[in-house]
Design a protein around this ligand. Structure first.
Ligand code: NDP
Ligand code: OXD
Length: 307
């Protein structure tokens, strides 16, 4: 049996899964089922201890791309495979989110917003896309497509990953030395990395200080990638022009957090790339069939590397 847990549109997911998998018995939380018969679970944000009740659990399909919260749990034994979504309609959304931030920087919308509040009519000199250096941290399923899409639009795009990568139109660097050389050459930094012990936090006060004066940051990866206090300090000093933030160390962002009122911060509520139910279900169904035939699945998480 495939058991489903999600706080988001559970009835829709249940119907789509059952339609896509007529050969499977699909049940949805909080339906009471024989826990022994559950071998596969599809889940997003399951409560603590949720998986303990399923002694025969083999595979968890994550209804998202990031698996940090799943790897931090104590109710998922090593024998359980964790399979995440790969792209599934999210890469295009990530491209749009990144582009929005890049345009905010390039077309100086932050400057015009300030001028509007001051009643000033002051055209700024034009800056062409080819003069804007965009650096993408994370060149996986999402980051690689964002990088290539922005490169096609004429931006000067670089990208950073753990292993060496090659992408048409994108200058790729990797490892500590790659990051050290990349940050000082960046106008807009777009983070789309997974949260792992190695990347949390990646951008501390020292590394944020490697960014040029007047650069901007967009974070759509995970909140833990950036030391939030260090970021606030750099924004307060006006070293960074603005931060467009979709993810936070604590979500929802606490109502008293300084980010809310900061004039250099733009906040969105973790929507940079939302899971598209039909795409997610299509991928899960294909993976279930691949598993049944002994074929490789897409999105199998490597627990040791943390993503
Ligand atoms: P992938 O696993 O496909 O890609 C991860 C990328 O990060 C890879 O390029 C990998 O390098 C790189 N990376 C990982 N660790 C390091 C490291 N220590 N140093 C340098 N590079 C590193 O993930 P996705 O592209 O599918 O997703 C990325 C993240 O985006 C998710 O984990 C999630 O946190 C976030 N996300 C946010 C959403 C939102 O709405 N805000 C929606 C969806 C995802 P390498 O290529 O060498 O393996
Ligand atoms: C995801 C997310 O990882 O929504 O899919 O952040």
């Amino acid at each position: 049996m495939l058991y489903l847990y999600t706080p988001d549109q559970p009835d829709l997911y249940h119907r789509l899964l059952q339609d896509a998998l007529p050969e499977w018995d699909v049940a949805c939380w909080p339906e009471d089922v024989d826990a022994e018969s559950v071998t596969h679970v599809a889940a997003w944000k399951p409560p603590a201890g949720f998986f303990k009740r399923f002694p025969k659990l083999q595979v968890v399909f994550v209804l998202g791309a990031g698996v940090d919260k799943f790897l931090q749990r104590d109710d998922l034994g090593e024998q359980v495979k964790i399979v995440r979504l790969t792209d599934a309609g999210m890469a295009q959304q990530m491209t749009e989110y990144c582009l929005y931030g890049v345009l905010h920087y390039q077309r100086q919308m932050d400057v015009y917003q300030q001028q509007q509040r001051a009643g000033q009519w002051l055209p700024q000199p034009a800056r062409l896309a080819k003069a804007v250096r965009v650096a993408i941290l994370g060149l996986g399923q999402l980051g690689a497509q964002v990088a290539q899409n922005l490169a096609k639009m004429g931006y000067r795009v670089s990208g950073w990953s753990r292993q060496p990568r090659q992408l048409d139109g994108v200058t790729c660097v990797h490892g500590d030395a790659g990051l050290r050389s990349l940050l000082p050459e960046t106008d807009v930094l777009f983070c789309v990395l997974p949260a792992t012990p190695e990347t949390s936090p990646l951008l501390d006060d020292e590394r944020l200080g490697w960014l040029p004066l007047d650069s901007a940051i967009i974070n759509a990866g995970r909140g833990s990638l950036i030391d939030q206090d260090a970021l606030l300090a750099q924004l307060d000093r006006g070293r960074l022009r603005f931060a467009l933030l979709d993810v936070f160390a604590e979500e929802p962002l606490g109502e008293k957090h300084r980010f809310w009122q900061h004039p250099r911060v733009l906040i969105t509520p973790h929507i940079a790339a939302e899971t598209v139910p039909a795409e997610a279900v299509g991928q899960i169904a294909a993976n279930l069939r691949a598993l049944a035939s002994g074929l490789a699945v897409t999105g199998l998480v490597e627990r040791r590397r943390g993503y």
